[in-house]
Design a protein around this ligand. Structure first.
Ligand code: SF4
Length: 64
């Protein structure tokens, strides 16, 4: 599974970071980015939850 954040859509709510700080990181400019783009199996449920709860629908997941 791969994940990325579209910074054009991200509004910096930080919900993704609250759900899965191992993968998402909020930058000083107010936008979230992804730390490892390849998501380890144990974090995939959290990443899916973050994507479903992102108010800006800025998180995109690609399944292998
Ligand atoms: S939850 Fe969505 S809008 Fe908020 S910081 Fe994460 S990617 Fe950006």
């Amino acid at each position: 599974m791969k994940v990325h954040v579209d910074t054009d859509l991200c509004a910096g709510f930080g919900i993704c970071v609250g759900i899965c700080p191992e993968v998402f990181e909020l930058h000083d400019d107010g936008y979230a980015t992804v730390l490892p783009s390849e998501v380890p199996p144990e974090l995939q449920d959290l990443v899916r939850r973050a994507a479903s709860q992102c108010p800006a629908q800025a998180i995109f997941i690609t399944d292998d």
